[in-house]
Design a protein around this ligand. Sequence first.
Ligand code: SF4
Ligand code: SF4
Length: 195
Amino acid sequence: MTNRVFPTPQTRALRKRQIRSDDDLESATLSPLMKLPVVPWYENGLSFQCTTCGNCCTGGPGFVWLSEVEVDRFAEHLKMEKLAFLKKYCRSIGGRISLKERKNFRNEYDCVFLKEIDIDEAGKIRKQRVCTAYEVRPLQCRTWPFWDGNLASKKAWKDAGVRCPGMNKGRQFSREEIEAMRDAEDWPDRPPSSK
Ligand code: SF4
Ligand code: SF4
C-alpha cells in the first residue's frame, strides 16, 4: 500500500531537524567543495497523473493522518459536528488522528472513504474505486507521490510506481513544484489531481 504509509509528521520533523543541522554545519566546517548545491536526481522534473485505480487507498493496513485543521475541513464538508466526525471516521494512534479502515472482501484494508462504484461504459459495467471525500482529501493524499521516501532515489520512485500506475505519466512537475509538494505543511496550490 502506498498512499497510506506516509511520511509522517515525525519524518517531516526529522527532515527539518536535518536541514537545521546542515545549516549549522555549513556555517562551521564544510569545505568549499562540499558547499556546492546538490542536484537531485529529479532535477528535470517528474510526471504524474492519477488514473484513479484506487490502489493507494487500500492494501495492507495503513494510516491516513489528519491535522486538526483537516478534521475541521472534513467535518464542515460532511456537514457534521466535529466530534461526530471523529467518532464515525477517525481513530487515535499515539495521540494522532488517522482515518479508519474497513476490511473488504479481498481481505484488504480500505480507507473508510474509499468506495467501489459501477461505471457504465456503453452498456459495459466497469468497477472503479473512488474517494468519496476527494474535495477534502488530506495533505498526504494530495501530495502523493512527491513524498520524501519516493524522492530519495530513482529506485525508490520506480518501486513506488509498481503499485501506482499514474507515476511517470501525464502532467509534468518541475523540481520546484515537486519540492513544494514534498515540503508542504498544508494543502499546496495545484496539487496532483485525478480530475
Ligand atoms: S494512480 Fe496512483 S495515486 Fe492514483 S489512485 Fe492509483 S495508486 Fe493512487
Ligand atoms: S481520503 Fe480519499 S484519497 Fe485519501 S486514502 Fe482515503 S479514499 Fe484515498
